[in-house]
Write a protein that binds this ligand. Structure first.
Ligand code: FAD
Length: 470
């Protein structure tokens, strides 16, 4: 006997659980299958617990600098790593339970166990209840991704860590090697640096946070170096020797010089691998490097089988996964006869990206270099935090905001920010980009004073030689 649904979602991350909720809102009988924890990587092992850790680091940073604000702290500030991690796990657990409540509220059936497709719209689930057989009119694969291992040094949870161990460390690293300087690598580097570890970041490409605008990468490198980190770009870790006492890494620097350096621990943050093997997908979908190929609504090549989130082509971000979840659910409802839904495919040029290191980094759209590569005649403007009253009042005068426009049409092509709270500010430009805004509309917009957002205005003015406070 198999249980039948309109839609089964395989995987309950921000892609899967959001898709299931939207299906339920549209009157579809929905189920979700999860082998580990409701909420997926994002809530349990990704976005949220890392931000909880980084918040502790941020507060420590402020307390370390209390005297800058005229405040006296009795005694030295000490980080209690175990307590910091406990708080982060508490936050993750609260949100995991929240997803459970949302499933109940929306009457979504939850099947805990390992799902394997037996056809495009059927699967078995092996869990605590034994083996269940499920069928549906449509199935959405939202199985996410996991950390990529270094072939010569697989993570061991003791000395060589992936993000999971880095989030629940067995001990405080004294001397930490971080391999990879994407968002995940840099966030952990920033956290452990603030917590008092001696941190070295090794990046293969010629700059850190390589997807960001070059000016942002350069500014961040300078800032992190000033905070005491060692940053090696154009460099590679050729080998790692793990012992009980630590990690010996063979590192080739940008000039080709090889040195052996000793660390207590190492975090490998060199990318992700999609969870798409051994779940019956191979014959049903096309894959490239393991990522399921989909159309702009999430359809695979098998009728009734859809895919969203980190198991499909990037960017591999929670908000991208959720957005795809909504589009996919609405497309399914439409196929099932709902005439009131009008699914919108994701606009890939307007997906913001945020890195919550210190200082924060945020961007949306094309970098100046990419805009030029794409054939645009470019107008770019930059405004520094030091020219903003609120930034100075906050004691956060480090950073800048850069905007990139098409010189002929005035279209906003991209925005790039580094500094305090930019991960909150970026959404202003994202809304603008989605509405296909131009420099004229942004210049005519009134920004409240005193706010950091005034720099968003000034950056646009700067692109046209009209900046007021610099
Ligand atoms: C350390 C870290 C920090 C991050 N920070 C951010 C951030 O700040 N902002 C941001 O946007 N993104 C961030 N991300 C990325 C974000 O977590 C992912 O993009 C997001 O979780 C992808 O969502 P998803 O629904 O596609 O998959 P996932 O969240 O990976 O969920 C997939 C779920 O499917 C389940 N599953 C897989 N296979 C099966 C199976 N066969 N049967 C049953 N269940 C299965 C898994 O157990 C998992 O729960 C971060 C990631 C990491 C690792």
């Amino acid at each position: 006997m198999s249980t039948t649904y309109d839609v089964i979602v395989l995987g309950s991350g921000p892609g899967g659980y959001v898709a299931a909720i939207r299906c339920a809102q549209l009157g579809l009988k929905a189920a979700i299958v999860e082998r580990e924890k409701l909420g997926g990587i994002c809530l349990n092992w990704g976005c949220i617990p890392t931000k909880a850790l980084l918040r502790s680091a941020e507060i420590k940073h402020y307390m370390d600098h209390a005297s800058d604000y005229g405040l006296k702290v009795a005694g030295a500030i000490e980080a209690d790593l175990e307590a910091v991690v406990k708080r982060s796990r508490g936050v993750a657990s609260q949100l995991n339970q929240g997803v459970g409540h949302l499933m109940k509220k929306n009457k979504i059936a939850v099947h805990m166990g390992e799902g394997t497709l037996t056809g495009p719209t059927s699967m078995t689930v092996k869990g605590e209840k034994g083996e269940e057989k499920l069928t549906a009119k449509h199935v959405i694969v939202a199985t996410g991704a996991r950390a990529r291992d270094l072939p010569f040094a697989p993570a061991d949870g003791k000395r060589v860590w992936t993000y999971r161990t880095a989030m629940t460390p067995p001990e405080m690293p004294k001397k930490l090697l971080v391999i990879g300087s994407g968002a995940i690598g840099i966030e952990f580097a920033s956290f452990y640096n603030d917590m008092g570890a001696e941190v070295t970041v090794v990046e293969m490409l010629d700059r850190i946070v390589p997807v960001e605008d070059k000016d942002v990468s350069a500014f961040l490198e300078k800032s992190l170096t000033k905070q005491g980190m060692t940053i090696m770009t154009g460099a590679g870790v050729d080998d790692i020797n793990v012992s009980d006492g630590g990690v010996m890494a063979k590192i080739k620097d940008a000039k080709g010089k090889v040195s052996e350096q000793e660390f207590t621990h190492c975090i490998v943050a060199i990318g992700i691998v999609p969870n798409t093997e051994d779940i019956g997908l191979e014959k049903l979908v096309e894959m490239e490097k393991g990522f399921v190929q989909i159309d702009e609504y999430g359809r695979t090549k098998s009728k009734g089988l859809w895919a969203i989130g980190d198991c499909t082509p990037g960017p591999w971000l929670a908000h991208k996964a959720s957005h795809e979840g909504v589009t996919c659910a609405e497309s399914i409802a439409k196929e099932l006869g709902n005439k009131d839904v009008h699914p919108h495919p994701l606009d890939r040029t307007s997906i913001p990206g945020c890195t919550y290191c210190h200082p924060q980094v945020a961007s949306v759209g094309l970098t100046e270099a990419k805009a030029k590569e794409a054939g645009h005649e470019v107008k770019a403007g930059t405004f520094p935090f030091i020219g903003n009253g609120k930034a100075i009042a906050l004691g956060e005068a480090e950073g800048f905001i850069k905007t990139v426009f098409d010189a002929k049409t005035g279209e906003l092509l991209g925005a790039h920010m580094i500094g305090a709270e930019v991960t909150e500010l970026i959404q202003g430009y994202t809304v603008g980009k989605t509405l296909e805004t131009t420099e004229a509309e942004l210049m005519n917009t009134v920004f409240p004073h005193p706010t950091l957002s005034e720099m968003m205005h000034e950056s646009v003015l700067a692109a046209y030689g009209k900046a007021l406070h610099i």
